[in-house]
Design a protein around this ligand. Structure first.
Ligand code: ZN
Length: 307
């Protein structure tokens, strides 16, 4: 290369990610491992003769572009659909890249999450502080579905069957899973996290337990969690997640029934990490508070509702 060649501008130099084949024509693009919900999420894509179906768009336009380039390194097929597993920014803020590339969006129409309580502008400002202004260049919201799914929908294209289901509002009101019945591959979104501590702050423990039962009934060969390493045996991660959330539910219910105030019920947990809202300790704390409130409402005979 000539010594005079201009270096690539820094904003374009993010290397494409790795695409790992998990079944014929089915790929996972692994995010970070060992960082729980704080790491880059996993994404995936399914190649059909009529185009590519992408699962999740990652956390920013820059990450979305890197994902698209990764897909392009495997197949020249156009991206036909982008499926969003839910509406947390780390899973959909790269969506605009796929829309501009011609993809239509499949998502649950309920986009409510705690992070959007302050309105879309505050969410974008907060998220820009997390990922940086360069990563956000060209951002627009693109998570409103062209094809909304509220219970189940089956995409049949290019010789493939792709089932998109809403298993309940376990992680968020807008949870979707992508299931390939022939390949027995499941993209579970954040219903599964590598360490078994799924957040229910935007969802609920009973709905999460229902979603886990749904995963068990599918008996997936491969289950792609929202974040972190793929479990060698999916049913063990499901069981671990169930143990955690059912145990938390039982503890908080017992505390409510004994009249233990929330602060004392949470006292045995390590404190949340400052400025790390989804670290392991913060997730355990925030989940406990969420479940305590739900159990308290149930004890008083009130309906649980999203905070
Ligand atoms: Zn999430």
């Amino acid at each position: 290369m000539s010594a005079l060649a201009a270096p690539a501008p820094a904003s374009d130099s993010a290397p494409p990610f790795v695409a790992r084949r998990i079944a014929d024509g089915v790929y996972v693009v692994p995010g970070d491992t060992g960082r729980g919900s704080e790491g880059r999420p996993n994404a995936g894509f399914i190649i059909t003769r009529e185009g590519v179906v992408v699962v999740d768009a990652l956390a920013s336009p820059r990450q979305g572009e890197a994902l698209l380039r990764t897909i392009r390194s495997v197949t020249p097929q156009p991206v036909a659909w982008l499926v969003l597993t839910h509406h947390h920014p780390d899973h959909h803020f790269g969506a605009i890249v796929f829309r501009r590339a011609g993809a239509k969006v499949i998502a649950h129409p309920d986009t409510r999450v705690l992070a959007t309580e302050g309105g879309p502008d505050a969410l974008v400002a907060d998220w820009t502080r997390v990922v940086g202004i360069d990563a956000m260049r060209g951002f627009e919201f693109a998570d409103v579905p062209d094809r909304p799914v509220t219970s189940a929908d089956t995409l049949r294209m290019g010789g493939r069957t792709i089932v998109i289901t809403h298993p309940g509002a376990g992680h968020t009101a807008g949870d979707l899973m992508v299931w390939l019945p022939k390949e027995r591959v499941l993209f579970a979104g954040d219903i599964l996290i590598e360490d078994g501590v799924t957040m229910v702050v935007d969802g609920s423990a009973p709905e999460l337990l229902r979603s886990l039962a749904r995963i068990d009934s599918l008996r997936p060969r491969v289950a792609v969690p929202g974040h972190g390493a793929l479990p060698p045996r999916p049913e063990l991660l499901v069981a671990r997640t169930r143990r955690y959330i059912a145990g938390l539910e039982a503890d908080m219910r017992a505390a409510v029934e004994k009249g233990v105030p929330m602060q004392r019920a949470l006292a045995s947990l390590p404190p949340p990490d400052e400025n790390r809202p989804v670290s392991l300790n913060s997730r355990r704390r925030r989940n406990a508070a969420r479940v305590y409130v739900a159990e308290e409402r149930a004890w008083m005979g009130l309906e649980d509702s999203l905070p």
